[in-house]
Design a protein. Structure first.
Length: 299
């Protein structure tokens, strides 16, 4: 059965930004990707984001990105929304990736703010509009100024929300005040892109999460969300607090590094990282085990 999708929750509520498994020699592990995707959906994810930053998209080729989307779609069928990350700092290239994702059968697109070249707000508006114009797929913006160098201003978000295919925003801005205004004024479906702020963002109008820690605690994220939706603030807070060691531990260093280490500890497909990312040291791995255990994760 397909996950529930409404204008308020166009991609479901609980999504994981999936890592890209590689083989021991660094090649794309499509079998591993399919097994991991099925595992994450079985755990309770409504959707998976592939080819995002957590999927090491800066170091995968366009061909590999296409192969990954097709493989994950084959693995999960209509049981989950499959969202393809297509954002680059080159509008033309992003459009090419968006069209390829549409041909592959993706259910939606994740478009990150162009990074490094620091465009002005008008440039952001035209970039995202051009992507949304290029296909018939719904688009989730991805606002993460800590990586991109440029935030999407509230006024720009409101302008973009007028586009019929720009339906959501993944918020990793870390500013609850700006999020409150943008949610109220834009009407976009709002997804937390910062696990530590999952519950606070729900409190100001977010509808769900695009999570990294979902690789290891999807049932707990679902419990937090369900408690919030039913008005059980105390239970939602308790779940949030139990997960604090996981939120902390998974981001002591770059999130892809710790996520692949956590998956390996659980015997799930992950594989090595591609440079410039590197594996955890033995000391860091030991600390990750402590953090995950403190948050109730079984290894």
């Amino acid at each position: 059965m397909a996950p529930i999708s409404t204008p308020q929750t166009p991609f479901g509520r609980v999504l994981t930004a999936m890592v890209t498994p590689f083989t021991a020699d660094g090649a794309l592990d499509l079998d591993g990707a399919q097994r991991l995707a099925a595992h994450l959906v079985d755990a309770g994810n409504d959707g998976l984001v592939v080819n995002g930053t957590t999927g090491e998209s800066p170091t995968t080729s366009d061909v590999e990105k296409d192969q990954l989307v097709r493989a994950v779609l084959e693995a999960v069928g209509d049981r989950a929304h499959v969202i393809a990350g297509i954002g680059t700092n080159d509008t033309h290239h992003s459009i090419e990736l968006a069209r390829a994702a549409e041909r592959a059968g993706a259910h939606g697109l994740l478009a990150v703010t162009p990074y490094y070249n620091k465009p002005p707000q008008e440039g952001l508006f035209r970039h995202f509009t051009a992507i949304a114009d290029a296909t018939g797929l719904p688009v989730m913006l991805y606002d993460i100024p800590g990586r991109s160098g440029v935030p999407i201003d509230t006024e720009t978000i409101v302008r973009l929300a007028a586009h019929p295919r720009i339906v959501a925003n993944k918020d990793a801005k870390g500013d609850l005040g700006r999020a409150s205004w943008a949610i109220a004024r834009s009407g976009l479906a709002w997804y937390s892109g910062d696990d530590m702020l999952n519950l606070p963002l729900l409190s100001v109008g977010a509808c769900g999460f695009v999570s990294v820690v979902g690789h290891v605690v999807t049932p707990e994220l679902r419990a937090l969300l369900d408690a919030h939706l039913t008005g059980d603030v105390q239970k939602a807070t308790e779940v949030h607090q139990r997960l604090l060691p996981v939120f902390t531990g998974m981001f002591r260093t770059q999130g892809v590094i710790t996520t692949k280490a956590a998956l390996a500890l659980q015997g799930l497909p992950a594989g090595p990282l591609r440079l410039p990312l590197v594996e955890l040291s033995p000391e860091e791995t030991a600390q990750l085990k402590v953090d995950l255990a403190a948050g109730g994760v079984e290894l």
